[in-house]
Structure formats: C-alpha cells, structure tokens
Design a binder for this molecule. Sequence first.
Ligand SMILES: [Zn+2]
Length: 413
Amino acid sequence: MTKITFINANIYQHQQQDFQKGQYFTVDTQTQRITAIGSGQPTEQGSDKVIDFQNQYVLPGIMNAHTHIANIPTYWTKKKAAIKAADAKAMQTMFAIKNMQDLINNGVTYIRNVGAAYDLDIPIKIMQQQKMIAGPRVMTSGRAFTITGGHGDSSGIEVDGVDEMTKGVRQALKRGVDNIKLMVTGGVLRNGETPDDIQFNADEIRAAVREAHHKNKTVATHAQGNAGVKEAARAGVDTVEHAFDVDDETIAIMKEQGTFIVPTMNAMYAIYQYGEGTVPDWARNKVIINIKKHFASIKKAAAAGIPIAMGTDAGTPYNGFESESAYEMQLYVDKAGMTPAQAIDTATINCARALHVANDFGEIAVGKIADFIVTADNPLTDISILQKDKAVYQGGVCVHHPADQEVKSGIGC
Ligand SMILES: [Zn+2]
C-alpha cells in the first residue's frame, strides 16, 4: 500500500480555528506524508485505497510536551515492596512499554519525554522507530539535570557550576538526547524544598542553553515560582514547565525571548483530587497551597499571548497515559480561559513549534507527516469529546479504532 485517499473529512485548520467541511486528503504511506488536500472529491486518480470518513472530524494527533514514560502513576497506591521494586530498571522498562501503548491508543502520537531514570527513553525511542513496540514518536531528554540534592536527584544527573553543567550537557548530547531538561526550582514531589526555591543559577542555565542550542537542541526547564521562571526565560530556555506564578516582568521577558509554557495542570489536579491518604502530606500540601495560583498563572500567561504547549507530566501520581492528555486540554478550557480551538492548538501546532518540529508535525497540511485522530462528534462544541475512544492514524496507517466503529462505518484498521 502506498497511496490512501481519505474522503468526506472535516479537517481542523488552526488558521481558521475551525474545521473545514467536506475535504479529502491523500497520504503516501511510504513517506508517511500528506501529498494532497482539497475540497469535495479528489480529481487526481491512482490511489490504492479510498477511505470514506463519512463527515467525521479529523485533527492532528495529540502531542504531549511533558511526559515521564518510565514512571508508574499508580506507584503511590502500592505496598512497600512494590514501591521499592518500582525503582528497578526492569519494572520501569515494562511500564514504559505499557505507557507507550496506552498513549497511542488514546490518540497521543508524539511525546517529548522530559526525564527518565537510566536514560530509558533513548532505547524506547529506538524501539518505537523500529516498530518493535507500539507508541507515539518520542523526543528524548534522558535523565534530567539537577543540583546536588535538588529536585529529581534520585533519578537525574547532579551537576554544580558552569563547568559540570557544560560537561554534563555535552555528554548527554553525545548519548543521543534530543532535548535537555533542567530542574531550575524546587518542586512538589521531593520533601524539604518548595516550588519557590531557586536551584540552578543563571550562569548554570545559560551554560546548558549555550551547549544545547549549539547542537540545535532545545532546553526544557522545570520552573514553578516566579523568580525561577524569570531566570529561566531570561537565560533563553525554549520551554518553561509548570509556571505556578508569573508576574508582568516575567511575561514581558518570555514574549521577548519567545518562551513557551508547558502547564501540566493535570499533575496538580490529580494529586489534589485523588491523592489524599496515599500521596504524602508534605507533597499534597504543596499542591493545596499552589493549585489555584498555578491555574491563575496559566490563565494570565495565555491571555497575555504567551504560547502554551500542552503537557501533562504523565507519570506523576494518578496522572497517567490514557485520556489524561485530552483532560489537560479540558482544564485549559475550564480553568485557563481558552476556547476549545485554542486548547486543540496547544496540543498540536503550538506543541510542534515549541519542540521545533513544526516542519513535520502539528497540522494537517501538504508535506506534513500524517499523524491524526478521527472523532465522530465535533470537539469544538465540547472539548471533552477528545477523551472518548477515537480512531488513531500514524503515517496514514490506522493503529487504533473504537471497537464499534468498524462495524458501524466500515472504517477500521
Ligand atoms: Zn515532570
């Protein structure tokens, strides 16, 4: 099979913030790219197969800019022995494979992983590329960088000072990571620190940015309090993760630098909603103190025009790899003042731009890779439609479809 034409599709176009009705598009499954798109019925002949989408809704595949693929989101509910075993490479590897399958079944076709113990995302990426495992395409970071005794120190790489940062980043790039992840402030899931603590200083961040950008790689920074967000943005990082608080000066710096925010609101929401009694009080209390401020901060930044790229922090407590990416988009509508179209853009075109992969991903257009999802109903009328079971295509090939759909419409894998 080389050429498939999909007809009678309503295709989401971010330029219009709407679906274009009655479209067709053609995919070359050898190159995985879209070769034609237009209104009505295709004029050009020669497709090997025609699939009638029967006026369903076609959107670019969901992109998630912040995952921890080797984490176990139900870890906190387990008994002590199981929790200890969860630190083992074998268990994390098996969960990574399961998490990859869950993501693709739920329409997530691209992830940026921002911290994996043992650099596990590197072999996971290669196995996905070789079709040895199912799952989204993976952008890797390997282990995250932290100060000695800082956020994420148990599974990350501890570096202190400009020289150690420079050497550490060069070594990570040599191991083949696509992105550098820095822990700039304290966080929720480590005792004895707060989201407002600054950990890496400006010189250390700048050293990481210099080395990564020198090799055309990006830098993602865990930064929660305003001072850390500001420091990271000023140093020229590509994305700020979490951003619990941003003042006007920080927003001005981010605008000037072109910094994206990756909100991860579901990480906070899930601990708040489901964590009582299993997530330790010292962690859950930090969520209770910060959750309103966090959601208000994302709303303020989005309203000010800071580009938002969807990310969930998948792998934190009760924040998994199934419908959570789509739920994160609903939080942007319910709590951060976005329209459903703007929420869709965070998980498609904005994410592709934040990750510097917009030449290939993030929209349904000629020349782009044909990763897309298909829903029976219009998600612009209700963003929660994206949390329902839906058909998923990778490179124009169906990799998942709802159980009843094949029977109903003849569309299937
Ligand atoms: Zn994270």
